[in-house]
Design a protein around this ligand. Structure first.
Ligand code: NDP
Length: 514
């Protein structure tokens, strides 16, 4: 199994075999905004093999030339770095479009012929990376046809074995995720499969493991003895925009919590892995997820809250209610906000609440993990109500401004003894500059190198769905009964604050400590 790659030198030296990247859904939004810019930037950094071809696959009938023109435009609009004519000329020679339906085996057979003819031209075995970037309804036929056409089995057992990246969402409940895993497992080895969650490609998320396990000051206090709560917030200030139809079938729990937020929880809560081997890391993540206690869904003290946004003001501008957005049925009961209180039933975390929340049209866009430490004993400063002894906080900021802040108590200058929380701050951009690779660059490169560390394993996806599916089922049975409301531009419904009150906590993200 491949060890995780750490240095740019390692990356450049690692010889990826000649590669053919096939993107399904190549005329789509993700391809234009993220995938093609990522591939271009990898190429610009010489991190792709010299022989690397890109085939766009889609139902749209498009010539190679039109496809190339679209990609060039996409690069101009979305690449983090400028594209020079010379670089484009090098790239575009190796770009093709293959038009066909996703559920037609003969079209996959023709794709296989195209791949074989490209391979003949380079007189060496190429590895294929299939990137499924379509709406989830067609994941299954694509995977089946990759199997039937033999494309899934190409060079299996060698370092040029086919690989497949599958976009989110991976299923919409436990049953559908399990079915999708069965479709995959029948055709691919798990080592060939890369279920993507682009959050895992973000610098701060990768750096979480380094922070926890390469600094001796954190690990001794990373447990129930010193941590009083962990909070994870993934908030957006935007509403559903033009994607109302898609969003209404999903909701906050499926769209954000099941994947991004649960992944952040797993990385924060997991035990130290025995090595940086992808399987060791993923084993520990699965163990953490399996330790989560089933949620109290109803009754006197439920641990779940759902709500949808009402009209309000966002950034000083009026914003309409979810039910008034384009494409939302008037009887919709989809949640645009979800909050949970979870406990892990294990030695390290027994009794420590993990509060998770995610929503749209909240006060600001932010993704943060906040580790709140226990208050110091009230012997010196804590006894006097004039002193404000705040708990220490470690805030791991994933966006915006990726970085880490540690809040400590300090004395304010002057003759009086007054306490105030101060911040020790680290920002990625301030320290390392702004030329950080995007998440998709890291993830595509890792998949090409067969490194699954930053991807979700099949059992991880199912464990996360297993915890949340009873909540989804209950909500579906209740329809709008129990669905709270919050004004756009706020931090969500009051009921979500109540989840924390019992343990004397409050949401930290969005609160000013300055
Ligand atoms: P799009 O809706 O843009 O669809 C991608 C392509 O798939 C389309 O260009 C179309 O290509 C084909 N397609 C669209 N609808 C259907 C359909 N009903 N049946 C068959 N084919 C269809 O999707 P995105 O590019 O936005 O997203 C792709 C995947 O990535 C999705 O799974 C999404 O959840 C995920 N994702 C997207 C993000 C984003 O920012 N866009 C972010 C994170 C994940 P053609 O007609 O040419 O075949």
């Amino acid at each position: 199994m491949i060890e995780s790659i750490h240095t740019k030198e390692d990356l450049a030296e690692r010889k990826t075999p000649p590669t053919i990247i096939v993107i399904f859904g190549a005329s789509g939004d993700l391809t234009a905004r993220k995938l093609v810019p990522a591939i271009f930037n990898l190429s610009k950094d010489n991190l792709l093999p010299n022989k690397c071809f890109l085939i766009g696959y889609g139902r749209s009938s498009m010539s190679d030339e039109v496809f190339k023109d679209e990609l060039k435009l996409a690069l101009k609009s979305f690449s983090r770095r400028e594209i020079h004519e010379l670089q484009w000329n090098q790239l575009e020679k190796n770009i093709f479009f293959h038009a066909g339906p996703y559920d037609d085996l003969s079209s996959f057979n023709k794709l296989e012929e195209k791949i074989t003819s490209l391979e003949k031209g380079i007189s060496s075995k190429a590895q294929c990376l299939f990137y499924i970037s379509t709406p989830p309804g067609v994941f299954k036929p694509i995977l089946e046809n990759l199997g039937e056409s033999g494309l899934a089995r190409r060079n299996r057992g060698t370092n040029t074995a086919s690989k497949v990246i599958i976009e989110k969402p991976f299923g919409h409940d436990l049953e559908s995720a399990h079915e999708l895993n069965l479709v995959i497992n029948k055709r691919f080895d798990e080592s060939q499969v890369f279920r993507i969650d682009h959050y895992l490609g973000k610098e701060t998320v990768q750096s979480l493991l380094v922070q926890r396990f390469a600094n001796s000051i954190f690990e001794p206090v990373w447990n129930r003895n010193y941590v009083s709560s962990v909070q994870i917030t993934v908030s957006e200030d935007l509403g559903v925009g033009t994607r109302g139809g898609y969003y209404d079938r999903s909701g906050a729990l499926r769209d954000m919590i099941q994947n991004h937020v649960m992944q952040l929880l797993a990385l924060t809560a997991m035990e130290p892995p025995s090595s940086l081997n992808p399987e060791s890391i993923r084993d520990e993540k699965v163990k953490a997820l399996k330790a989560l206690k089933p949620l109290a869904i109803y009754g006197e003290n439920p641990e779940v809250v759902r709500a949808s946004y009402a009209a309000g003001l966002v950034g000083g501008k009026p914003a309409k209610a979810y039910l008034d957005e384009e494409g939302i049925p008037e009887d919709s009961f989809t949640e645009t906000y979800a909050a949970l209180r979870l406990y892990l039933d294990n030695w390290r975390w027994k009794g420590v609440p993990f509060y998770l929340r995610s929503g749209k049209r909240l006060a600001m866009k932010a993704s943060e993990i906040v580790v709140q430490f226990t208050r110091p004993p009230a012997i010196l400063f804590g006894q006097d109500s004039r002193f404000r002894v705040s708990p220490n906080l470690l805030v791991i900021r994933i966006q915006p401004n990726e970085g880490v802040t540690l809040y400590l108590n300090s004395k304010t200058p002057g003759l009086e003894t007054k306490l105030q929380p101060i911040k020790l701050e680290f920002g990625y951009e301030t320290t390392f500059g702004s030329d950080t690779p995007e998440a998709y660059e890291r993830l595509i490169l890792d998949a090409l190198n067969g490194d699954g560390t930053l991807f979700i394993r099949g059992d991880e996806a199912e464990t996360s769905w297993g915890l949340l599916t009873p909540v989804l089922e209950h909500w579906a049975s209740q329809r709008s009964h129990g669905l709270e409301s919050y004004a756009s531009g706020t931090w969500g419904p009051l009921e979500a604050d109540k989840l924390l009150l019992e343990s004397g906590h409050e949401w930290i993200t969005g609160k000013s400590y300055d």
